[in-house]
Design a protein around this ligand. Sequence first.
Ligand code: HEM
Length: 430
Amino acid sequence: MGLLNQTVVVLNSTEVAKEAMVAKYLSISTRKLPKSLSVISRDKSMIALSDFGDFHKTAKRNLMLGMLGFSAQKQSRHTRDTMVSNMLSTLHELVADDPQAALNFRNVFRDELFRLSMIESLGEDVSSVFVDEFGRDISKEEIYNLIVEDMMKCAIEVDWRDFFPYLGWVPNKSFEERVHSTVGRRNAVMQAIFNKQKERIARGETRMSYLDFLLASESTLTDEQVTLLVWEAVIEAADTTLVTAEWAMYELAKNPEKQERLYQEIREVCGDEAVTEEHLRRLPYLNAVFHETLRRHSAVPLLPPRFVHEDTILAGYDIPAGTEMIVNVYGCNMNDEEWDSPHEWAPERFLDGRFKEENMYKTLAFGAGRRVCAGAMLATTISCISIARFVQEFGWRLRDGDEDNVDTVQLTAYKLHPLQVHLTPREKIV
Ligand code: HEM
């Protein structure tokens, strides 16, 4: 498609998207960012929005070593277990308080996921912090709003000059003020949190966290760079997993026979024992529920735009340098040449023998190739263990009239209407 003076190629086929992201990566590995994302990322100083090169390679390796890789995740097992048991306790309390009322699932999951993302990224579940620029303490809820929610909205602020680059000199004051003031508030809060954690580390209280790892490594990063990288981990860990878990529970609550199939699988494998991470590999239907949710409700429906920086060939077509490339994950997953009845949420499609485990990534929900999501293992573990424990402890039913509430909102595909469910406790699990 030709957009004014910019050629944009949108990829709606999984095979071609994979060719672009894996085989042709070296020709299509830079990012082209709209103004809002340039300001948020301090001109590509975040992993997800950087160009391929030394910064990307080193920063991603540090994130894996310090937080998301296998051995870091092994050490943070207790944090994940606490997250799940806190959510279950809260759900039991809410049901006991008012057994007839529908409850808001998102609030429960969001609070605990944010807690986990702060502990793994910063070393502490920060409950409040004094911010110099505001002249006062701010609560955890305000911290969440300022560093996660406002920033997700800011990321989709549109500057019309992005579409007319040759008019870039024309002022667009209201856009600039909005974006700079939102980013300024994020910086102030993150700076305050960073300083507090640095004092903790200086007192000798080191912990297992990404921030502790970065500050202990012999890196040449400035405090400002470290703060931005740690913020990136907080927001990425606190957002897309919530989107996915909410859609999974919506579908299970809407489809009682599929919920029952999952419950029976859990009973067969775990008996009366609570599901643990060790059980996950033995629960194929659970795995299918997760991947089908990623397919039908991809949390990132459009991957961050890529830029072709040298002439290349894709699916047999010449693609000149300078072309912008957008991978439409939603389009790939709704393509009826690749998926039977793509609009239907049907976990069984992954169990008919045609898919091997590695082919589950065909949904492209985590991207592919060298830019593949760094947090896929954490997201998979948290989502699967939470879904399994939710279904093991409760029967789930949608609030009447919510069956067709499938609209989305924001950059990551949040349910427009937060999931409201009725829960019925099952027999006690040991
Ligand atoms: C279900 C949950 C998640 C989904 C669906 C998801 C999806 C994605 C997608 C589509 C990308 C872009 C890949 C590309 O541009 O090709 C990405 C990148 C990334 N994600 Fe996730 N993500 C999830 C959870 C997480 C978590 C928990 C973290 C933890 C901090 C995380 C950290 C990252 C990072 C650092 C990148 C940039 C990788 C790079 O550019 O090399 N993600 N993710």
